[in-house]
Design a protein around this ligand. Structure first.
Ligand SMILES: Cc1cc2nc3c(=O)[nH]c(=O)nc-3n(C[C@H](O)[C@H](O)[C@H](O)COP(=O)(O)OP(=O)(O)OC[C@H]3O[C@@H](n4cnc5c(N)ncnc54)[C@H](O)[C@@H]3O)c2cc1C
Length: 477
Protein backbone atom coordinates (compact mmCIF):
# COMPACT_ATOMS: atom_id res chain seq x y z
CA UNK A 1 0.00 0.00 0.00
CA UNK A 2 1.30 3.44 -0.83
CA UNK A 3 -0.11 6.62 0.66
CA UNK A 4 0.14 10.18 -0.51
CA UNK A 5 3.36 11.65 0.96
CA UNK A 6 4.88 8.17 1.37
CA UNK A 7 8.61 8.19 1.90
CA UNK A 8 11.04 5.72 0.35
CA UNK A 9 14.73 5.20 0.96
CA UNK A 10 15.28 4.94 -2.78
CA UNK A 11 13.10 6.26 -5.59
CA UNK A 12 14.03 5.31 -9.14
CA UNK A 13 12.45 7.17 -12.05
CA UNK A 14 12.45 5.01 -15.18
CA UNK A 15 12.36 1.23 -15.51
CA UNK A 16 14.63 0.82 -18.54
CA UNK A 17 17.91 -1.07 -18.30
CA UNK A 18 19.51 1.39 -15.89
CA UNK A 19 16.52 1.70 -13.54
CA UNK A 20 15.76 -2.04 -13.53
CA UNK A 21 19.36 -3.01 -12.81
CA UNK A 22 19.64 -0.51 -9.98
CA UNK A 23 16.30 -1.59 -8.46
CA UNK A 24 17.25 -5.26 -8.64
CA UNK A 25 20.61 -4.69 -6.97
CA UNK A 26 19.30 -2.40 -4.22
CA UNK A 27 16.53 -4.85 -3.29
CA UNK A 28 17.07 -7.37 -0.49
CA UNK A 29 18.90 -4.96 1.80
CA UNK A 30 15.95 -3.79 3.89
CA UNK A 31 15.59 -0.60 1.90
CA UNK A 32 12.19 0.69 0.84
CA UNK A 33 12.43 1.07 -2.94
CA UNK A 34 10.00 2.62 -5.40
CA UNK A 35 10.48 2.01 -9.12
CA UNK A 36 8.29 4.34 -11.15
CA UNK A 37 7.58 4.51 -14.87
CA UNK A 38 5.08 6.39 -16.96
CA UNK A 39 4.79 3.41 -19.30
CA UNK A 40 2.26 0.65 -18.77
CA UNK A 41 5.07 -1.92 -18.72
CA UNK A 42 8.45 -2.30 -17.09
CA UNK A 43 11.52 -2.37 -19.33
CA UNK A 44 11.83 1.08 -20.87
CA UNK A 45 12.18 1.63 -24.58
CA UNK A 46 13.95 -1.56 -25.54
CA UNK A 47 12.11 -4.25 -23.61
CA UNK A 48 8.68 -4.15 -25.15
CA UNK A 49 7.03 -7.52 -25.15
CA UNK A 50 4.82 -8.47 -28.09
CA UNK A 51 1.46 -9.69 -26.73
CA UNK A 52 1.34 -13.49 -26.96
CA UNK A 53 -1.52 -13.46 -29.47
CA UNK A 54 0.36 -11.21 -31.90
CA UNK A 55 3.17 -11.85 -34.32
CA UNK A 56 6.40 -13.64 -33.58
CA UNK A 57 7.70 -13.70 -30.00
CA UNK A 58 10.58 -11.27 -29.37
CA UNK A 59 13.88 -12.86 -30.34
CA UNK A 60 15.08 -12.89 -26.75
CA UNK A 61 16.91 -16.16 -27.13
CA UNK A 62 19.14 -14.81 -29.89
CA UNK A 63 19.61 -11.44 -28.26
CA UNK A 64 21.61 -11.72 -25.02
CA UNK A 65 21.01 -8.15 -23.89
CA UNK A 66 17.22 -8.45 -24.27
CA UNK A 67 17.34 -11.81 -22.52
CA UNK A 68 19.20 -10.16 -19.62
CA UNK A 69 16.69 -7.30 -19.57
CA UNK A 70 13.61 -9.55 -19.50
CA UNK A 71 15.17 -11.62 -16.71
CA UNK A 72 15.65 -8.40 -14.70
CA UNK A 73 11.95 -7.65 -15.12
CA UNK A 74 11.04 -11.06 -13.71
CA UNK A 75 13.45 -10.66 -10.79
CA UNK A 76 12.26 -7.15 -9.95
CA UNK A 77 8.62 -8.33 -9.86
CA UNK A 78 9.56 -11.00 -7.31
CA UNK A 79 11.46 -8.66 -5.01
CA UNK A 80 10.45 -6.25 -2.25
CA UNK A 81 10.13 -3.29 -4.59
CA UNK A 82 7.11 -1.05 -4.95
CA UNK A 83 6.39 -0.93 -8.67
CA UNK A 84 4.34 1.94 -10.03
CA UNK A 85 3.67 1.89 -13.75
CA UNK A 86 1.48 4.53 -15.39
CA UNK A 87 3.06 7.02 -12.99
CA UNK A 88 4.54 10.19 -14.44
CA UNK A 89 7.02 12.37 -12.60
CA UNK A 90 5.75 15.93 -13.02
CA UNK A 91 7.97 17.93 -10.72
CA UNK A 92 10.93 17.78 -8.35
CA UNK A 93 11.02 20.00 -5.25
CA UNK A 94 13.77 21.04 -2.89
CA UNK A 95 12.59 19.18 0.21
CA UNK A 96 13.17 15.74 -1.41
CA UNK A 97 9.60 15.71 -2.68
CA UNK A 98 8.36 14.53 -6.05
CA UNK A 99 5.05 15.42 -7.66
CA UNK A 100 3.59 12.59 -9.72
CA UNK A 101 0.47 11.74 -11.67
CA UNK A 102 -0.89 8.25 -11.36
CA UNK A 103 -2.90 6.63 -14.16
CA UNK A 104 -4.08 10.02 -15.54
CA UNK A 105 -6.50 10.06 -12.60
CA UNK A 106 -4.69 11.21 -9.47
CA UNK A 107 -1.77 13.27 -8.28
CA UNK A 108 0.46 12.28 -5.40
CA UNK A 109 3.60 13.46 -3.72
CA UNK A 110 6.39 11.10 -2.77
CA UNK A 111 9.44 11.69 -0.61
CA UNK A 112 12.85 10.11 -1.03
CA UNK A 113 16.16 9.78 0.77
CA UNK A 114 18.03 8.97 -2.43
CA UNK A 115 16.76 9.58 -5.95
CA UNK A 116 17.99 7.92 -9.13
CA UNK A 117 17.07 9.45 -12.47
CA UNK A 118 17.03 6.76 -15.16
CA UNK A 119 14.72 8.60 -17.54
CA UNK A 120 16.37 7.45 -20.78
CA UNK A 121 16.08 9.16 -24.13
CA UNK A 122 13.61 10.21 -26.77
CA UNK A 123 13.84 10.58 -30.52
CA UNK A 124 15.61 13.36 -32.35
CA UNK A 125 13.96 14.89 -35.43
CA UNK A 126 15.01 16.85 -38.49
CA UNK A 127 11.88 18.64 -39.79
CA UNK A 128 11.00 18.65 -43.48
CA UNK A 129 7.96 19.84 -45.40
CA UNK A 130 5.02 17.54 -44.71
CA UNK A 131 6.53 15.72 -41.70
CA UNK A 132 3.23 16.23 -39.87
CA UNK A 133 1.19 14.32 -42.50
CA UNK A 134 -0.55 11.11 -41.42
CA UNK A 135 1.60 8.30 -42.81
CA UNK A 136 4.88 9.81 -41.61
CA UNK A 137 6.14 7.84 -38.60
CA UNK A 138 9.19 7.94 -36.39
CA UNK A 139 11.38 4.86 -35.99
CA UNK A 140 10.33 4.64 -32.33
CA UNK A 141 6.67 4.76 -33.31
CA UNK A 142 7.25 1.98 -35.82
CA UNK A 143 8.76 -0.13 -33.04
CA UNK A 144 5.89 0.57 -30.67
CA UNK A 145 3.40 -0.40 -33.39
CA UNK A 146 5.22 -3.65 -34.11
CA UNK A 147 6.16 -4.62 -30.56
CA UNK A 148 3.05 -3.53 -28.70
CA UNK A 149 0.32 -4.14 -31.29
CA UNK A 150 1.87 -6.45 -33.88
CA UNK A 151 1.04 -3.90 -36.58
CA UNK A 152 2.95 -2.36 -39.48
CA UNK A 153 2.21 1.24 -40.54
CA UNK A 154 1.73 -0.01 -44.13
CA UNK A 155 2.76 -3.02 -46.19
CA UNK A 156 5.30 -0.85 -48.03
CA UNK A 157 7.40 1.90 -46.56
CA UNK A 158 10.41 4.12 -47.16
CA UNK A 159 12.87 4.85 -44.36
CA UNK A 160 15.05 7.90 -43.96
CA UNK A 161 17.36 9.51 -41.43
CA UNK A 162 20.63 8.59 -39.83
CA UNK A 163 22.14 6.57 -37.02
CA UNK A 164 22.22 2.91 -36.08
CA UNK A 165 18.65 2.77 -34.82
CA UNK A 166 17.41 3.30 -38.39
CA UNK A 167 18.83 -0.11 -39.22
CA UNK A 168 17.35 -1.70 -36.09
CA UNK A 169 13.93 -0.38 -37.13
CA UNK A 170 14.47 -1.55 -40.74
CA UNK A 171 15.33 -5.02 -39.45
CA UNK A 172 12.14 -5.19 -37.34
CA UNK A 173 10.03 -4.01 -40.27
CA UNK A 174 11.43 -6.57 -42.72
CA UNK A 175 11.28 -9.36 -40.12
CA UNK A 176 7.60 -8.62 -39.69
CA UNK A 177 7.06 -9.06 -43.43
CA UNK A 178 6.96 -5.42 -44.47
CA UNK A 179 8.31 -4.41 -47.87
CA UNK A 180 10.99 -1.78 -47.47
CA UNK A 181 11.32 0.41 -50.57
CA UNK A 182 14.68 1.77 -49.50
CA UNK A 183 16.75 3.35 -46.73
CA UNK A 184 17.72 6.98 -47.38
CA UNK A 185 20.65 7.62 -45.06
CA UNK A 186 21.68 11.23 -44.49
CA UNK A 187 25.25 10.47 -43.51
CA UNK A 188 27.87 9.32 -46.02
CA UNK A 189 28.85 5.66 -46.52
CA UNK A 190 32.35 6.62 -45.37
CA UNK A 191 30.94 7.05 -41.83
CA UNK A 192 30.37 3.33 -41.62
CA UNK A 193 34.01 2.66 -42.53
CA UNK A 194 35.18 5.17 -39.90
CA UNK A 195 32.93 3.51 -37.38
CA UNK A 196 34.18 -0.02 -38.03
CA UNK A 197 37.29 -0.01 -35.78
CA UNK A 198 35.13 1.17 -32.86
CA UNK A 199 32.41 -1.41 -33.43
CA UNK A 200 34.89 -4.26 -33.79
CA UNK A 201 35.97 -3.59 -30.20
CA UNK A 202 32.34 -3.67 -29.06
CA UNK A 203 31.59 -7.28 -29.85
CA UNK A 204 27.85 -7.35 -28.96
CA UNK A 205 27.21 -4.19 -30.99
CA UNK A 206 29.21 -5.59 -33.90
CA UNK A 207 27.13 -8.77 -33.91
CA UNK A 208 23.90 -6.76 -33.62
CA UNK A 209 24.88 -4.46 -36.49
CA UNK A 210 25.90 -7.42 -38.65
CA UNK A 211 22.52 -9.07 -37.98
CA UNK A 212 20.64 -5.97 -39.14
CA UNK A 213 22.79 -5.39 -42.20
CA UNK A 214 22.69 -8.99 -43.36
CA UNK A 215 18.88 -9.01 -43.17
CA UNK A 216 18.71 -5.73 -45.13
CA UNK A 217 21.16 -6.96 -47.78
CA UNK A 218 19.45 -10.36 -48.08
CA UNK A 219 16.11 -8.59 -48.56
CA UNK A 220 17.68 -6.54 -51.39
CA UNK A 221 16.66 -3.26 -49.84
CA UNK A 222 18.46 -0.39 -51.59
CA UNK A 223 20.45 1.75 -49.14
CA UNK A 224 21.33 5.22 -50.45
CA UNK A 225 23.75 7.53 -48.67
CA UNK A 226 23.79 11.33 -48.41
CA UNK A 227 20.05 11.43 -49.03
CA UNK A 228 17.65 13.85 -47.38
CA UNK A 229 13.86 13.92 -47.39
CA UNK A 230 12.84 17.19 -49.05
CA UNK A 231 9.09 16.82 -48.83
CA UNK A 232 6.35 14.38 -47.83
CA UNK A 233 3.29 14.99 -50.00
CA UNK A 234 -0.33 13.91 -49.95
CA UNK A 235 -3.84 15.29 -49.69
CA UNK A 236 -4.99 14.01 -46.34
CA UNK A 237 -2.29 11.44 -45.84
CA UNK A 238 1.07 10.55 -47.33
CA UNK A 239 1.17 9.65 -51.01
CA UNK A 240 4.72 10.44 -52.14
CA UNK A 241 8.10 11.42 -50.77
CA UNK A 242 10.66 13.62 -52.51
CA UNK A 243 14.26 12.78 -51.64
CA UNK A 244 17.39 14.69 -52.69
CA UNK A 245 21.13 14.16 -52.51
CA UNK A 246 23.33 16.29 -50.23
CA UNK A 247 26.98 17.20 -50.79
CA UNK A 248 29.78 16.58 -48.27
CA UNK A 249 28.81 19.79 -46.43
CA UNK A 250 25.23 18.62 -46.01
CA UNK A 251 23.81 21.00 -48.63
CA UNK A 252 21.13 19.80 -51.01
CA UNK A 253 22.32 19.27 -54.60
CA UNK A 254 19.71 20.83 -56.87
CA UNK A 255 18.42 18.59 -59.65
CA UNK A 256 19.08 15.43 -57.59
CA UNK A 257 15.42 15.08 -56.50
CA UNK A 258 13.71 11.73 -56.84
CA UNK A 259 10.07 10.95 -55.98
CA UNK A 260 8.96 7.73 -54.29
CA UNK A 261 5.31 6.65 -54.23
CA UNK A 262 4.58 5.33 -50.74
CA UNK A 263 1.82 5.30 -48.14
CA UNK A 264 4.27 5.38 -45.28
CA UNK A 265 7.59 7.02 -44.43
CA UNK A 266 9.57 6.16 -41.31
CA UNK A 267 12.17 8.69 -40.15
CA UNK A 268 14.75 8.60 -37.36
CA UNK A 269 17.78 10.68 -36.46
CA UNK A 270 18.88 9.02 -33.23
CA UNK A 271 18.09 10.09 -29.68
CA UNK A 272 18.37 12.94 -27.21
CA UNK A 273 18.53 12.47 -23.42
CA UNK A 274 15.43 13.17 -21.27
CA UNK A 275 17.02 15.78 -19.05
CA UNK A 276 13.99 17.81 -17.89
CA UNK A 277 13.59 16.13 -14.48
CA UNK A 278 17.28 16.43 -13.49
CA UNK A 279 17.25 19.97 -14.87
CA UNK A 280 14.39 20.82 -12.57
CA UNK A 281 16.13 19.15 -9.63
CA UNK A 282 19.02 21.57 -10.17
CA UNK A 283 21.50 18.94 -11.37
CA UNK A 284 24.29 20.41 -13.48
CA UNK A 285 23.89 19.70 -17.17
CA UNK A 286 26.52 19.95 -19.87
CA UNK A 287 26.33 20.17 -23.63
CA UNK A 288 28.41 17.55 -25.33
CA UNK A 289 28.00 16.80 -28.99
CA UNK A 290 29.94 13.59 -28.36
CA UNK A 291 27.41 12.45 -25.79
CA UNK A 292 24.34 13.29 -27.87
CA UNK A 293 23.52 16.86 -26.74
CA UNK A 294 22.53 18.11 -23.29
CA UNK A 295 23.34 15.46 -20.68
CA UNK A 296 23.44 15.19 -16.88
CA UNK A 297 26.89 15.69 -15.34
CA UNK A 298 27.86 12.74 -13.14
CA UNK A 299 31.02 11.64 -11.37
CA UNK A 300 32.51 8.13 -11.57
CA UNK A 301 29.84 6.95 -9.11
CA UNK A 302 26.92 8.28 -11.17
CA UNK A 303 26.29 11.01 -8.61
CA UNK A 304 24.95 14.28 -9.97
CA UNK A 305 25.98 17.64 -8.58
CA UNK A 306 22.95 17.57 -6.22
CA UNK A 307 23.37 15.63 -3.01
CA UNK A 308 21.59 12.26 -2.90
CA UNK A 309 20.56 12.44 -6.53
CA UNK A 310 22.14 10.04 -9.01
CA UNK A 311 21.66 9.59 -12.75
CA UNK A 312 22.28 6.59 -14.99
CA UNK A 313 21.68 5.43 -18.55
CA UNK A 314 20.95 7.44 -21.67
CA UNK A 315 20.59 10.73 -19.73
CA UNK A 316 24.34 10.78 -19.09
CA UNK A 317 25.13 10.14 -22.78
CA UNK A 318 23.39 8.30 -25.60
CA UNK A 319 25.10 4.92 -25.73
CA UNK A 320 22.66 2.00 -25.76
CA UNK A 321 21.53 -0.73 -23.42
CA UNK A 322 24.96 -2.07 -22.35
CA UNK A 323 26.02 1.35 -21.12
CA UNK A 324 22.70 1.84 -19.28
CA UNK A 325 23.06 -1.54 -17.59
CA UNK A 326 26.62 -0.77 -16.53
CA UNK A 327 25.68 2.63 -15.11
CA UNK A 328 22.64 1.19 -13.29
CA UNK A 329 25.00 -1.21 -11.50
CA UNK A 330 27.46 1.52 -10.52
CA UNK A 331 24.60 3.70 -9.24
CA UNK A 332 23.23 0.76 -7.19
CA UNK A 333 26.58 0.12 -5.53
CA UNK A 334 26.87 3.79 -4.69
CA UNK A 335 23.37 3.82 -3.20
CA UNK A 336 24.11 0.74 -1.08
CA UNK A 337 27.32 2.32 0.08
CA UNK A 338 25.47 5.51 1.03
CA UNK A 339 23.21 3.47 3.29
CA UNK A 340 26.31 1.67 4.63
CA UNK A 341 25.07 -1.62 3.23
CA UNK A 342 28.23 -2.23 1.21
CA UNK A 343 31.76 -2.05 2.39
CA UNK A 344 33.80 0.55 0.51
CA UNK A 345 37.03 -1.49 0.57
CA UNK A 346 35.32 -4.66 -0.58
CA UNK A 347 33.63 -2.75 -3.36
CA UNK A 348 36.74 -1.04 -4.67
CA UNK A 349 37.87 -3.76 -7.14
CA UNK A 350 34.28 -4.36 -8.37
CA UNK A 351 33.76 -0.67 -9.01
CA UNK A 352 37.12 -0.33 -10.70
CA UNK A 353 36.08 -3.02 -13.16
CA UNK A 354 32.67 -1.43 -13.77
CA UNK A 355 34.21 1.99 -14.27
CA UNK A 356 36.69 0.56 -16.77
CA UNK A 357 33.76 -0.98 -18.64
CA UNK A 358 32.01 2.38 -18.53
CA UNK A 359 34.99 4.10 -20.15
CA UNK A 360 34.85 1.48 -22.90
CA UNK A 361 31.15 2.29 -23.49
CA UNK A 362 31.89 6.03 -23.41
CA UNK A 363 34.51 5.72 -26.14
CA UNK A 364 31.83 4.13 -28.34
CA UNK A 365 29.39 6.89 -27.34
CA UNK A 366 31.81 9.60 -28.42
CA UNK A 367 32.62 8.05 -31.77
CA UNK A 368 29.01 7.19 -32.57
CA UNK A 369 27.50 10.58 -31.67
CA UNK A 370 30.21 12.55 -33.49
CA UNK A 371 29.73 10.60 -36.70
CA UNK A 372 26.00 11.13 -36.79
CA UNK A 373 25.96 14.87 -36.10
CA UNK A 374 23.57 16.67 -38.44
CA UNK A 375 25.53 19.23 -40.44
CA UNK A 376 24.83 22.96 -40.03
CA UNK A 377 24.10 23.42 -43.74
CA UNK A 378 21.42 20.74 -43.57
CA UNK A 379 19.76 22.55 -40.67
CA UNK A 380 20.09 25.93 -42.40
CA UNK A 381 18.53 24.42 -45.53
CA UNK A 382 15.16 23.74 -43.85
CA UNK A 383 12.66 25.69 -46.02
CA UNK A 384 10.79 28.64 -44.47
CA UNK A 385 7.36 27.00 -44.72
CA UNK A 386 8.42 23.91 -42.75
CA UNK A 387 6.68 23.40 -39.42
CA UNK A 388 9.19 23.31 -36.56
CA UNK A 389 6.91 23.25 -33.50
CA UNK A 390 4.13 20.80 -34.33
CA UNK A 391 1.94 21.57 -31.31
CA UNK A 392 1.74 25.32 -32.00
CA UNK A 393 2.26 25.14 -35.81
CA UNK A 394 5.27 27.47 -35.75
CA UNK A 395 7.23 27.42 -38.99
CA UNK A 396 10.87 28.04 -39.83
CA UNK A 397 10.10 31.55 -41.13
CA UNK A 398 8.61 32.62 -37.79
CA UNK A 399 11.62 31.25 -35.93
CA UNK A 400 14.04 33.07 -38.26
CA UNK A 401 12.10 36.34 -37.98
CA UNK A 402 12.03 36.16 -34.18
CA UNK A 403 15.78 35.51 -34.10
CA UNK A 404 16.35 38.51 -36.39
CA UNK A 405 14.34 40.62 -33.94
CA UNK A 406 16.77 39.60 -31.20
CA UNK A 407 15.06 36.59 -29.63
CA UNK A 408 18.24 34.55 -29.59
CA UNK A 409 17.58 32.30 -26.61
CA UNK A 410 15.17 29.36 -26.21
CA UNK A 411 12.98 31.24 -23.73
CA UNK A 412 13.02 34.40 -25.90
CA UNK A 413 11.85 32.37 -28.89
CA UNK A 414 9.21 30.68 -26.78
CA UNK A 415 7.80 34.00 -25.60
CA UNK A 416 7.76 35.58 -29.03
CA UNK A 417 6.51 32.64 -31.12
CA UNK A 418 4.88 30.18 -28.63
CA UNK A 419 7.22 27.42 -29.83
CA UNK A 420 7.62 24.62 -27.23
CA UNK A 421 4.54 25.87 -25.38
CA UNK A 422 2.15 23.18 -26.60
CA UNK A 423 1.09 19.91 -25.01
CA UNK A 424 4.44 18.19 -25.67
CA UNK A 425 6.23 21.01 -23.79
CA UNK A 426 8.97 21.07 -26.42
CA UNK A 427 9.79 17.39 -26.17
CA UNK A 428 9.84 17.17 -29.97
CA UNK A 429 10.91 20.64 -31.09
CA UNK A 430 13.31 21.70 -28.30
CA UNK A 431 16.35 19.81 -29.65
CA UNK A 432 15.60 21.18 -33.16
CA UNK A 433 15.32 24.72 -31.77
CA UNK A 434 18.64 24.37 -29.91
CA UNK A 435 20.26 23.31 -33.21
CA UNK A 436 18.58 26.18 -35.09
CA UNK A 437 19.72 28.77 -32.54
CA UNK A 438 23.22 27.35 -32.67
CA UNK A 439 23.53 27.63 -36.46
CA UNK A 440 21.46 30.78 -37.02
CA UNK A 441 23.05 32.79 -34.19
CA UNK A 442 26.45 31.08 -34.57
CA UNK A 443 26.62 30.70 -30.83
CA UNK A 444 27.95 28.00 -28.57
CA UNK A 445 25.16 25.76 -27.16
CA UNK A 446 26.32 26.64 -23.63
CA UNK A 447 25.72 30.32 -24.38
CA UNK A 448 22.29 29.57 -25.85
CA UNK A 449 21.19 27.53 -22.85
CA UNK A 450 17.97 25.55 -22.44
CA UNK A 451 14.25 26.15 -22.18
CA UNK A 452 13.36 26.61 -18.53
CA UNK A 453 11.33 23.80 -16.96
CA UNK A 454 8.49 24.15 -14.52
CA UNK A 455 6.11 21.63 -13.03
CA UNK A 456 4.24 19.96 -14.56
CA UNK A 457 6.88 19.27 -17.20
CA UNK A 458 4.69 16.61 -18.77
CA UNK A 459 0.98 16.92 -19.63
CA UNK A 460 -1.33 16.29 -16.68
CA UNK A 461 -5.07 15.74 -16.75
CA UNK A 462 -7.42 18.21 -15.04
CA UNK A 463 -9.07 15.19 -13.46
CA UNK A 464 -5.81 14.20 -11.76
CA UNK A 465 -5.27 17.71 -10.43
CA UNK A 466 -8.69 17.53 -8.77
CA UNK A 467 -8.07 14.12 -7.22
CA UNK A 468 -5.23 13.70 -4.77
CA UNK A 469 -4.09 10.13 -4.47
CA UNK A 470 -5.45 7.90 -1.69
CA UNK A 471 -3.97 4.60 -0.48
CA UNK A 472 -4.09 1.71 -2.86
CA UNK A 473 -1.81 -1.00 -4.00
CA UNK A 474 -0.16 -0.23 -7.31
CA UNK A 475 2.07 -3.34 -7.39
CA UNK A 476 1.60 -5.55 -10.41
CA UNK A 477 -0.33 -3.04 -12.48
C1 LIG B 1 11.77 5.14 -28.94
C2 LIG B 1 13.04 4.41 -28.62
C3 LIG B 1 13.24 3.10 -29.08
C4 LIG B 1 14.41 2.42 -28.81
N1 LIG B 1 14.59 1.15 -29.31
C5 LIG B 1 15.79 0.54 -29.15
C6 LIG B 1 16.06 -0.74 -29.77
O1 LIG B 1 15.23 -1.31 -30.43
N2 LIG B 1 17.30 -1.28 -29.61
C7 LIG B 1 18.26 -0.66 -28.85
O2 LIG B 1 19.37 -1.21 -28.71
N3 LIG B 1 18.02 0.52 -28.26
C8 LIG B 1 16.83 1.14 -28.41
N4 LIG B 1 16.61 2.36 -27.84
C9 LIG B 1 17.66 2.92 -27.01
C10 LIG B 1 17.40 2.46 -25.58
O3 LIG B 1 16.70 3.49 -24.96
C11 LIG B 1 18.68 2.13 -24.85
O4 LIG B 1 19.36 1.19 -25.57
C12 LIG B 1 18.53 1.61 -23.42
O5 LIG B 1 17.58 0.59 -23.37
C13 LIG B 1 18.24 2.74 -22.52
O6 LIG B 1 18.01 2.33 -21.20
P1 LIG B 1 17.72 3.46 -20.14
O7 LIG B 1 17.45 2.76 -18.85
O8 LIG B 1 18.82 4.45 -20.12
O9 LIG B 1 16.43 4.23 -20.64
P2 LIG B 1 15.02 3.78 -21.27
O10 LIG B 1 14.99 2.38 -21.70
O11 LIG B 1 14.70 4.83 -22.25
O12 LIG B 1 14.05 3.91 -20.01
C14 LIG B 1 13.71 5.15 -19.46
C15 LIG B 1 12.35 5.02 -18.83
O13 LIG B 1 12.08 6.21 -18.10
C16 LIG B 1 10.69 6.48 -18.19
N5 LIG B 1 10.47 7.91 -17.93
C17 LIG B 1 11.05 8.96 -18.57
N6 LIG B 1 10.59 10.12 -18.05
C18 LIG B 1 9.70 9.79 -17.08
C19 LIG B 1 8.89 10.54 -16.19
N7 LIG B 1 8.90 11.88 -16.17
N8 LIG B 1 8.08 9.87 -15.33
C20 LIG B 1 8.05 8.52 -15.30
N9 LIG B 1 8.80 7.75 -16.13
C21 LIG B 1 9.63 8.38 -17.00
C22 LIG B 1 10.33 6.08 -19.62
O14 LIG B 1 8.96 5.76 -19.73
C23 LIG B 1 11.23 4.86 -19.84
O15 LIG B 1 10.54 3.65 -19.62
C24 LIG B 1 15.42 3.05 -28.06
C25 LIG B 1 15.23 4.33 -27.56
C26 LIG B 1 14.05 5.02 -27.83
C27 LIG B 1 13.88 6.42 -27.30
Amino acid sequence: MIKNNSKFNVVIIGSGFSGLTAADMCAGHNLSILLMDENIHLGGQLLRKIPDNLGEPPDQKNDPIKKTGFSFIEKVKEKQITLMNKTVLLGVYEDNTLLCEYDRKKTLSIKYDVLLFATGARERFLPFKGWTLPGVYSTGMLQVLIKSSGLLPAQKTLMAGSGLFLYAAAYEYIKNKGKLLGIMELSPFFNKIKFLPQVIHQYPKFIEGAKYLSKIIRSRVPVKYRRQVIEARGENSLQEVVVGKVDQNGELISGSEKTYQTESLVVGFGFVPNIEAPQMAGCRLEYSQEKGGWTVVVNDWMETTVENILAAGEITGIGGAHKSLNEGKIAAYRILEKFRLEDTDRLAPVLKKLQKERQHHLSFVKCFNSLYKIKSRTILGIPDDTIICRCESIDMKSIKEAIQLGCNSPNGLKMSTRCAMGPCQGRTCAPVIYDLLQVLCQKDPKEIGLFSVRPPFKPVSIHALNHPYKSESPKGL
